[in-house]
Design a protein around this ligand. Structure first.
Ligand code: OFO
Length: 168
């Protein structure tokens, strides 16, 4: 039985996963509007990944007989300053998600809730990969600066990303 406090925090995290998906949909829309179709594809896949994170949490809560609540998902922005800006915001967002997941892990540990702790470790590990990937893209964008051909090349690389369900 998951403690009431932890249940509440997990429901909040479920909402945050879908909010993340929504944020990435907004980022994809921005990139598409600016003609960065590869980056738009990249963020669309990021959106799908976050939906899969949400589904994993949703199924876990159902399996644990937690009464599901689905509060409103906050609106997101669709305007950014540049390709660099949108990826920097993406990294900052993932860093805040990591903080949330670490706090949730602390709570599960305090409750000696091993099942929930184990679930959360999956998310924590996933965050390491996500932050590293976005960090690398930021480095590449910084390297090319305002060079149009450089940005074009990066965008082409981002177009190659395809969805692989991380929870499968
Ligand atoms: Fe990348 O945020 Fe989900 O967990």
């Amino acid at each position: 039985m998951i403690s009431k406090d932890l249940q509440k925090a997990l429901i909040e995290q479920l909402n945050k996963e879908y909010h993340s998906a929504y944020i990435y949909l907004g980022m994809s829309a921005y990139c598409s509007k600016e003609g960065f179709n590869g980056a738009a594809n990249w963020f669309l896949i990021q959106y799908q990944e976050e939906v899969s994170h949400g589904m994993k949490m949703f199924k876990y809560l159902e399996d644990q007989d937690v009464a599901i609540e689905l509060p409103e998902i906050k609106a997101v922005k669709v305007e950014y300053k540049s390709l660099l800006d949108v990826f920097k915001k993406s990294l900052a967002h993932e860093q805040s998600m990591t903080k949330n997941l670490n706090n949730l892990s602390d709570l599960a540990m305090k409750d000696k809730d091993h099942a929930t702790y184990s679930l959360l470790q999956w998310y924590v590990t996933e965050q390491v990969e996500e932050e590293a990937t976005v960090g690398e893209i930021i480095d590449h964008i910084k390297l090319v600066g305002d060079n149009g051909y450089g940005l074009y090349t990066i965008d082409k690389e981002l177009a190659g990303r395809s969805f692989v369900d991380p929870t499968a």
